[in-house]
Design a protein around this ligand. Structure first.
Ligand code: UGA
Length: 439
């Protein structure tokens, strides 16, 4: 099939490359000419394992090409995926201006019947609004009013495992409001269903939109739940890692997303929890549980700061090294990074902050010009008064703890990801503090 992908950021580029890998002819479009130039010259503008190789393969074979010209992207497209940004607004909802703009532009340029698919995470009712925008635009221009079918096909990929998740989905979800759109999406995903046997949920547009928000909000709720349990564990001397293990063995609960720590970050969970809460209130339901999920998450930074204060008393004037600028391992994404939030809180308290990150150091420098940034964890720790593990990079998990102790001025470590072995850490001479492991 001929497919266009509008917006080749993280989700868009992964979607475009994977659809090309499935055998479709794909055009990736972006109005950021510099980004398209990078892609045309063989680069990938962000860190994502396996993606550069896949993009190379599918561009070499001619299955994927890039453009900044919407007319060219739409020319033969049967299906157009909308992968533009939906950044958070101060009030909690997402900014859907870019989605609206795509609707207006597509409506004004399209000359044949096609399916316009929301891939970006959007609240329920966005499909309805998009349909309305397209009809309005086409009526104003006197063009045919029924040739754009709006659909929703949320993605469930994790950054750092995006290619794997897209090509090995737990499920494929799409919501449509016409046979034309449903049949087109069936054909888009037929090769993936054949390859993986992934189950498909075919539904209406609002339900598909809601599945995405409900899934992310539920995963975030699990994380905040286990973090709240961890805070009780600390007070009664229990070990949250064993509690999570014991809970996870119940098939109804399952083991995933029960890792306690510094809380969730990234471009999805914080934004989606707020957006789902915002939508619920807009439609007359006060989903206060989600407010608490967000509050617990932000509170985890204070848990770490308290552990540092217990050790160091005043943080002002102390030098503290944060291991991890990216919001999780395997990515250079700094959006809503718990490590960077913590670094800012430490700076506000008067500490001197250093950050170690193996791939995101340039970005950290741009975000926090006042901190010293390192690509070597031992160098980052030399002469520091304490270390906080904010991201469980393999480089941190495998660090020689004897060398770390030798580098630090005081051998204090707060493990905000519970990723080190407490016994090994203490045996190496660290004053080791985890989250919810009974101090
Ligand atoms: C998340 C979802 O996992 C994807 O399914 C979804 O498609 C994506 O959002 C999206 O909406 O686009 P992502 O944000 O890439 O993916 O990252 P996750 O691996 O889910 O981790 C999110 C945050 O939660 C990280 O900061 C991680 O450290 C934290 N986390 C995760 C925990 O604190 N505890 C856990 O048990 C799991």
């Amino acid at each position: 099939m001929d497919v266009a992908v509008i917006g080749v950021g993280h989700v868009g580029l992964v979607t475009a490359a994977c659809l090309a890998d499935l055998g479709h002819r794909v055009v990736g479009l972006d109005d950021d000419a510099a980004k398209i130039e990078t892609l045309l010259t063989g680069g990938v503008p962000f860190h994502e394992p396996d993606l550069p190789q896949l993009v190379q393969e599918v561009t070499d074979s001619g299955a994927l090409r890039f453009t900044t010209d919407l007319g060219e992207a739409l020319a033969d497209a049967e299906v157009v995926f909308v992968c533009v940004g939906t950044p958070p607004l101060p009030g909690g909802g997402p900014d859907l201006r870019f989605v609206e703009r795509v609707g207006v532009e597509v409506a004004s340029k399209v000359d044949h019947e096609l399916v316009l698919v929301e891939k970006s995470t959007v609240p329920a009712n966005t499909g309805r609004r998009l349909t309305h925008v397209i009809r309005r635009e086409q009526q104003a221009r006197g063009t045919q009013v029924t040739n754009v079918h709006v659909a929703s096909n949320p993605e469930f990929l994790r950054e750092g495992a995006a290619v794997h998740d897209t090509l090995n989905p737990d499920r494929i979800v799409y919501g449509t409001s016409s046979d034309f759109a449903r049949d087109a999406l069936r054909r888009v995903y037929a090769p993936l269903v054949e390859r993986t046997g992934a189950p498909v949920v075919e539904t209406d547009v609002n339900t598909a939109e809601l599945i995405k928000h409900a899934s992310n909000a539920f995963l975030a709720t699990r994380i905040s739940f286990i973090n709240a349990v961890a805070n009780v564990c600390d007070r009664v001397g229990a070990d949250v890692e064993v509690v999570a293990q014991g809970m996870g063995m119940d098939a109804r609960i399952g083991p995933a997303f029960l890792s306690a720590g510094l809380g969730y970050g990234g471009s999805c969970f914080p934004k989606d929890v707020d957006a789902f809460l915002h939508l619920s209130r807009q439609v007359g339901y006060d989903f206060r549980l989600l407010e608490e999920v967000g509050r617990i998450n932000v509170g985890q930074r204070e848990v770490v700061l308290d552990k540092l204060r217990d050790e160091l008393w005043h943080l002002a004037g102390k030098t503290i090294t944060v291991f991890g600028g990216a919001f999780k391992p395997g990515t250079d994404d700094l959006r809503e990074s718990p490590g960077l939030h913590l670094a800012r809180a430490l700076i506000d308290e008067g500490a001197t902050v250093r950050v170690y990150d193996p791939v995101a150091s340039d970005g950290v420098r741009r975000e926090l010009p006042d901190v010293a940034v390192f690509t070597d964890p031992l160098e980052a720790s030399t002469g520091a008064h304490a270390v906080v593990v904010a991201t469980d990079w393999p480089e941190v998990v495998d660090l020689d703890l004897g060398k770390l102790v030798a580098a630090l001025d005081y051998p204090i470590l707060v493990d905000g990801r519970n990723c080190l072995d407490p016994e090994a850490a203490r045996a190496a001479g660290l004053r080791y503090h985890a989250i919810g492991r009974g101090h």
